[in-house]
Design a protein around this ligand. Structure first.
Ligand SMILES: Cc1cc2nc3c(=O)[nH]c(=O)nc-3n(C[C@H](O)[C@H](O)[C@H](O)COP(=O)(O)OP(=O)(O)OC[C@H]3O[C@@H](n4cnc5c(N)ncnc54)[C@H](O)[C@@H]3O)c2cc1C
Length: 289
């Protein structure tokens, strides 16, 4: 399925709505355009669940190059990466070691590494990685998902360790034993977690395209006297560009998450699954003669 979709010209064209391109040059060009439009960027070299240590080490080398390129191009951009892209399925210690070297490289350039949060089998290990790395460097942070029941407790622990967090709703299919099945509960939890984050005084990212979540955030910040530059909104490349521009015009910090690379199939599928309209649009185009 992945091979068929990624080689099909129609799906390749559609994926370009959500993916900057297949090369680092493509991602750098998009990041530069974002910076010129007053937005920050976060580059995500697509890939997850690598199966060998050699692959994980290649990814490590590649991220050194990404940070060097960001510095050379003087871009306002950091990096988002997935722990399973750095061997978390193979060994926790291997992944921790590779991440530590990437965080040290980023820190040396005054930059920052965000560990994306993947599906629930990885939640605890990703938090453990973040706590371990954060004890040695403040150039690392992670992501919390408002659809998980456990997240409020995780946020409290991570805030106590001074971690910078990205709050999102969560993009993986999780069972009702561990995640709110109803969107209204995910949204309500998002708002209460957003309040914890903003009140902490640490610089966090509020990652959503949902106008209601954004309005609650700006209202809470205004009520509490939290200045606009004390946090940032984050949105995905290709989604609600109008809202991205509006927030910049209103003086908020806005970071665009820019995925690139050839391994775009799982990312593309998650973006389709989020919106039934996307799936219909995709299928209609795929089978159109
Ligand atoms: C910067 C960033 C980083 C993220 N990192 C992670 C992560 O590490 N781990 C993780 O699990 N999830 C991550 N996500 C995904 C997130 O969990 C949600 O799945 C996704 O953002 C959709 O939720 P929403 O808050 O936009 O609200 P929703 O209620 O889902 O959507 C609100 C509105 O946004 C628009 N929209 C949302 N998604 C789409 C789409 N796919 N296509 C078209 N329009 C859309 C629609 O207009 C929709 O009405 C990230 C999201 C962002 C913005």
């Amino acid at each position: 399925m992945a091979r068929w979709v990624t080689s099909n010209p129609t799906s390749r064209r559609m994926a370009r709505r959500f993916v900057a391109g297949e090369t680092l040059d493509d991602a750098i060009a998009v990041a530069r355009a974002c910076n010129q439009a007053g937005m920050r960027a976060s580059l995500d070299f697509l890939g997850e669940n690598v199966a060998s240590e050699a692959e994980a080490r290649q990814v490590q080398q590649m991220y050194f190059g990404v940070f060097d390129r960001i510095a050379a191009e003087k871009l306002d951009a950091n990096v988002s990466l997935k722990p399973t892209q750095l061997g978390l399925d193979i060994s926790f210690d291997l992944c921790a070691g590779l991440l530590e070297s990437i965080v040290a490289h980023a820190a040396g350039l005054g930059n920052f590494v965000r560990m994306d949060m993947e599906g629930s089998p990885y939640t605890q290990r990703t938090i453990d990685l973040c706590q371990r790395l954060r004890a040695r460097s403040d150039a690392v942070g992670t992501v919390v998902q408002s659809y998980l029941y456990r997240t409020e407790a995780d946020v409290k622990d991570l805030l106590a360790a001074g971690c910078r967090l990205r709050l999102c709703k969560g993009a993986y299919k999780e069972p009702p034993e561990i995640a709110f099945p109803q969107k209204k509960d995910v949204d309500a939890n998002f708002v209460s977690l957003m309040k914890l984050l903003l009140a902490s005084g640490i610089y966090h990212g509020i990652a959503t395209h949902d106008p209601a979540m954004i309005a609650d955030t700006t209202e809470f910040a205004a009520q509490q006297g939290i200045a606009k530059e004390k946090f940032e909104f984050q949105m995905l490349y290709g989604i609600r560009t109008d809202l991205q521009q509006q927030l910049v015009r209103e003086g908020y910090h806005l970071r665009v998450y820019i995925p690139y690379g050839t391994q775009w199939f799982p990312y593309f599928m998650r973006r389709l699954a989020e919106r039934p309209a996307n799936v219909l649009f995709f299928l209609r185009n795929l089978f159109r003669r």
